[in-house]
Every structure is written in C-alpha cells, then in structure tokens.
Design a protein around this ligand. Structure first.
Ligand SMILES: Cc1cc2nc3c(=O)[nH]c(=O)nc-3n(C[C@H](O)[C@H](O)[C@H](O)COP(=O)(O)OP(=O)(O)OC[C@H]3O[C@@H](n4cnc5c(N)ncnc54)[C@H](O)[C@@H]3O)c2cc1C
Length: 365
C-alpha cells in the first residue's frame, strides 16, 4: 500500500492486487487495534535477519521519523508512548489503514481485491496471473507478507511466486506469539496478569531478558514480555519469571518473615498468584525462589495462527540495496515476505514502511 502511494505520486501507473476483500486488514488489527506503527528507539539491533547490516542501512535511509512524516502528510497526529511506541493519537489502527486507502484512491491507483496472484513470470516484462486474468508490468513489488496470522491472507503461498525466479525460502517459524509451557506448571494460574521480568535461559546462558506484561493462559504464557521473549525462545529453553522485579530478595525475605499464614502474600503479589505459589512452595526459601525465579519450560508456541510475525522467508542477501531481486531484474520485495522480523513494539510495521520505500525508490530508478 505504501509503495503504491509513492509510485503513484511519482506518476507511475500502479496496479495493486490484494487477495482479500479489503486492503490492509492486518494493519487494521495491529497493536491490539491501536496501530503501533513504529518506535522511536529504532535500530537494527531490534531486528532478526540474514543481513542485519542491510537492515541497518535501510533504516538509515527511511527512519521512524520518515514513517511519521509519511503518515502525517496524509493526515493525523502520531505520538510515542512512554516506551517509545508510536501510535496514531486517536489510537485506532483502522484509521491508519483508512489514511492509506484514501490516498491510494485519491491517486487513482487501480486496486483489485479478491485478486490473488497465482502466477508470476517474466518474458520481456512481467506477467501476473490473477483471478483468471493476465496483467503485464515493467516492475513488480512482491509484498505478500509471511505466514503469521493466515486469517489475514498470509499463509506463505506467495513464496512460490519468488521461488519461481530461483529464490530460496528460509524455513519459517512464528514469532511474537504465545509460548506453550508444561500445563502442570501453569495450572490454576489462567487469567492472571502481572508486570514481570522474563528471562530466557538456554544451557546456563541468558539469551533474552525483558520486562512487561505476562498473562497466564490455558496452555502457557502470553503478554508483551512473552511476545518479546518469543523472538528468542526455542523449545527446551527455560523462562525464568521474576514476579517482583522492583523488590530485592532481602526486602522480600523480611516481609515473608513478618507475615504469616495464608495471607502471607497479600499486597505482595496478585492474590490468585499468591495462593498458587503458597500451594507449590515446599518452604519459605522455596517460596522466595518461586517469587523471584519462577521456572517455566518452553514446549513450543501457539503457532502461526496466533503469531504477529514470521521469522524466515526470502533471504535479504538475495536482494540488492533497493531490495531488488538478485535473481530477476525488476522484481522487488517489501515487508514480511523478506527474512526480516522485528521485536514487539512497532518494529515490524517500520520494516514494512522502510522496505516499501526502498523498493519503490528502486522501481523508479
Ligand atoms: C494481530 C497482529 C498485530 C500486529 N501488531 C503490530 C504492531 O502493533 N506493530 C507492528 O510493528 N507490527 C505489528 N504486527 C505485524 C505487522 O502487522 C506485519 O509485520 C505487517 O503488516 C507486514 O506488512 P506486509 O505488507 O509485509 O504484509 P501484510 O500486512 O501481511 O500484507 C500482505 C497482504 O498480501 C496479501 N496477499 C498474500 N498473498 C497474495 C497473493 N498471492 N496475491 C495478492 N495478495 C496477496 C494478503 O492478503 C495481505 O493483505 C501485527 C501483526 C498481527 C497479525
């Protein structure tokens, strides 16, 4: 959608094919419906890719400030929250989609919905087969997403279009997703939400540490801190949860000695959590451990159906600086279809905007 706006503004004739009934359905669902479009703490260190140096260069060419400018030029006000996450002031993701849709319409971009591109070939120009019709083009930007949230039209089937030109597709895994844990370890905790510090440990090493919301679910854990941890965690890793990151062990120990009985943890942790921990703890030392280092073994994730992003896809190394295919001149990539995924907090949409701008610039040259 962004690339088509940029190309149409520069006088190109653009055809935008969307498999679904409406443009930008995933964008409308982003950020819990509030549209976390980017983050002021931007940098390649927040991304995973086979070529993070290229991600770094791309983000320098089109930064989070450029995203805000691009959006505000179309309308609205975009503001960061205390953690740097940028949202539309009206906190409605669908309104961001509406801005883009309105601009697309104003610029006269030809939009086809219910239009899945099923074949893409090149012979003196590109030919795309879409709903039984053939369309020709000088340049193509493939921005068909990854495999996360297939209910929004992204089931990975578009990778075949790139494979047809000799591209590889790196194995995909869901990220920014709920983690599954041993059901016994979360029994009785379902529905409890806490502000916690979450640490991912593997073979005695910490591979991630972050603070935020943690929500216990039927099969594991969810919430902002867990989503961030899911970018790092793999099956077999341990999540170590500190339910009281602002309270040192000494102070906690002192409070536990002062208070007795079943009310021991009142006003220390959430009541439901307190009851469950008291039931589990063998003694006071063990209770302290559970409060500060609650262990959960990761047994998997809830899968692509529940994920916000995809790790894997078309290697970034198979593209040039403008994200043009190194296998087929005139073919560009943008967004999640590429092997770039960001942490939770606006990084994935920033990549979508950055890559769309690079691809559009490349397609224009
Ligand atoms: C619930 C949810 C919440 C999220 N929240 C945030 C957030 O707050 N901040 C953030 O930064 N990121 C968020 N993300 C991630 C972010 O939305 C995606 O990374 C981003 O939308 C990717 O943009 P894209 O243009 O590459 O692909 P998409 O937005 O996935 O769009 C790809 C489009 O291509 C269409 N398509 C697929 N195949 C074909 C085909 N063959 N022919 C025609 N059309 C096709 C699909 O129908 C789809 O509409 C969220 C994701 C989800 C699922």
């Amino acid at each position: 959608m962004s690339a088509s706006v940029l190309l149409a503004r520069r006088g190109c004739r653009v055809l935008l094919c969307e498999r679904g009934q409406r443009l930008g359905r995933k964008l409308s669902a982003s950020g819990n419906g509030q549209g976390n479009v980017t983050n002021v703490h931007m940098g390649a260190e927040h991304y995973f890719s086979d070529d993070t140096d290229k991600v770094d260069r791309a983000l320098r060419r089109f930064s989070w400030k450029d995203t805000v400018l691009f959006l505000e030029e179309m309308g609205g006000i975009f503001l960061p929250d205390a953690r740097g996450r940028v949202y539309p002031a009206g906190r409605q993701a669908s309104a961001v989609t509406d801005l883009l849709r309105a601009e697309i319409s104003r610029l006269g971009v030809e939009v086809r919905t219910d239009a899945q591109v099923t074949q893409l070939t090149y012979r003196n120009g590109f030919v795309a087969v879409c709903g039984g019709q053939k369309f020709s083009a000088d340049r193509v930007i493939l921005a068909a997403g990854g495999m996360a949230a297939p209910n929004f039209g992204t089931d990975g089937s578009a990778f075949a279009l790139a494979e047809n030109f000799g591209h590889t597709v790196l194995p995909c895994k869901p990220v920014l997703v709920q983690l599954r844990c041993d059901p016994a370890s979360v029994r009785g905790l379902k529905g409890i939400r806490v502000d916690a510090n979450v640490c991912v440990r593997r073979k005695g090493q910490t591979v991630f540490e972050g603070r935020g919301d943690l929500l216990f679910t039927e099969s594991g854990v969810s919430g902002d801190a867990v989503f961030r941890a899911s970018s790092y965690a793999v099956k077999g890793d341990m999540l170590i949860v500190d339910f009281l990151p602002d309270v040192c062990e000494e102070r906690l120990k002192e409070a536990l000695t002062r208070n007795t009985g079943a009310d021991k943890l009142l006003c220390i942790v959430n009541n439901g959590l307190g009851r469950a921990l008291l039931k589990q703890a063998k003694d006071e030392k063990d209770l302290l451990r559970l409060l500060k280092r609650f262990p959960l073994e990761v047994t998997g994730t809830l899968g692509f159906g529940y994920a916000q992003a995809t790790r894997g896809g078309i290697p970034l190394k198979e593209t040039d600086e403008d994200l043009q295919s190194l296998k087929q001149q005139g073919l560009f990539f943008a967004g999640e279809i590429l092997n770039v995924d960001g942490e939770c907090g606006g990084y994935n949409l920033q990549w979508a905007f950055t890559s769309a701008h690079l691809a559009a610039e490349g397609a224009l040259s």
